[in-house]
Design a protein around this ligand. Sequence first.
Ligand code: B12
Length: 283
Amino acid sequence: MFHCFIPATTSKQEGTKTNTALPTHLGSIQVSEYNALIKRYSLNTFDRADPFGVVVGSTKVFWPYFSRYIRSFDEGSVPKDPVDSFYQKVVSDVLNLSEISGVSNEVRYDWNTPRSGLFVHVQTAGHLAGFAFYDQEVGWSCHPTFGLWFVYRAVIIFDADWMGPSPTLPEPVFDEQTKQEMKKWTEVANSERWQVRSTRLKLRDACPIGKDQYRYHGDCLSFFFPIEESSAEVIARVRLSQADPLYVVSCECEPSAGPASEEFSSTTLEQRAIRTAQQHSPP
Ligand code: B12
């Protein structure tokens, strides 16, 4: 099982070594377990009894990569939903790698609606992947390290069999005081129809887990919680600004593969995806 920071490709651009990695956090999901629980929004099985899938999550670590992506557009041509477009590119780039491009797959994004037929309840998927505990009472998934400062981006189902034991389910993480605080701010947010961003921030801040290291900040915070500037204004400013330094984040599950500098070391999303597909595909 893996759910760690995954840097992707490293390439040389304009003579300098630039990490074009697209950071994301992954968990493997046993699709049959999800389908047994969520019949209404069941996932494609490719006619397999027990197919293999991947849950894709993201933290603020994605921001410098995302801001580089934004800078690659001319004025006026930045996609309308830039985060969604960014993750579509990340996922599609990885799935097009020659080593796994032969494995059929279906991608369901967090933003796919029930009407599209591609809805996936990402919090249940993440829970069953052992990634983050989904507390149905408060409606939030909490990761033991990132706390509430992460979101899901996609679930990818592969035409490949699940192999090995089921993922270990995550442990509950909220204490009673946190839960009460979250419920309180949820009620306030509901009464405000989720329009007041400072309330939404208070709700997220109610949980202390991961706040020191993973709470959004700077442009990332302003983009997702646009209180003084609109998200579009943040994007316009970011497009013209200097590149942010890339985050240096240690890898939870493979300490030895953690990056030591701006240049991320060995474990790449490609390598991981290839290894995963090889491990899970029938021989
Ligand atoms: C609709 C939606 C909203 C709506 C309604 C929220 C709601 N919970 O009803 C609105 C617009 C209000 C909203 C607001 C926000 N949202 Co929203 N939203 C969604 C969305 C698209 C679907 C949620 C949904 O309808 N769930 C269905 C209901 C019925 O879920 P449920 O009651 O738990 O029922 C399921 C479980 O019971 C499950 N089940 C049954 N048995 C069992 C057993 C077990 C063990 C388990 C695990 C599950 C399980 O089956 C049911 C579904 O069939 C998800 C993305 C997604 N694709 O899932 C994001 C999502 C929940 N939102 C998210 C976020 C971040 C937000 C906001 C903070 C956004 C913002 N910028 O302010 C706010 C705050 C939300 C909050 N809870 O405080 C994140 C939460 C991340 C996290 N760490 O948990 C999600 C997951 C999106 C993402 N990309 O990660 N959201």
